[in-house]
Design a protein around this ligand. Structure first.
Ligand code: ZN
Length: 151
């Protein structure tokens, strides 16, 4: 990884971990999912409020996890608010393919603000920390399980 990218990655993770955005309980959420990453011990409760037109009107989280899972959840809540379910799922698919290194032809720049988290590719043990909030979101959007585990 280029030093500049690594620096930015560390800066963003540090900032969002120290000062997570949308870190709150949402009383009027219509979907709530508990996510757990046993490899690291990350736990997250994700709250989502989906409007009648399928727009993600609000999204927030609570939980206790490592810096990467907290930063990833914080960034995710900022980015997917106002998106449609389809847009959020598309972003999740891209994010997953890029962070797990399944598709090197994808340019992390297509992730926009999330691109900085593509830096997690350099730390394979931490990929599940970064994707845990997204797996939880996907379960919420598809109205699947109330609990999600990365293992
Ligand atoms: Zn973690």
């Amino acid at each position: 990884m280029l030093d500049s990218i690594r620096d930015l990655y560390q800066e963003v993770v540090f900032d969002h971990n120290r000062n997570p955005r949308n870190f709150r309980v949402m009383a009027d959420a219509n979907r709530t999912v508990e996510g757990y990453n046993p490899l690291c011990g990350d736990r997250i409760t994700l709250y989502v409020k989906i409007g009648e037109t399928g727009i993600i009107e609000d999204v927030s989280f609570q939980g206790a996890g490592c810096a990467i899972s907290t930063a990833s959840a914080s960034l995710m809540t900022e980015i997917v608010r106002g998106q449609t379910e389809q847009e959020a799922e598309h972003l999740f698919n891209l994010f997953h393919r890029i962070t797990t290194g399944q598709d090197d032809s994808l340019d992390p720049a297509t992730l926009g603000k999330l691109a900085v988290l593509a830096g997690v590719r350099a730390y394979p043990a931490r990929v599940k920390c970064a994707t845990l909030p997204w797996h939880s979101l996907q379960s919420a959007l598809k109205n699947q399980a109330d609990t999600v585990s990365t293992e």
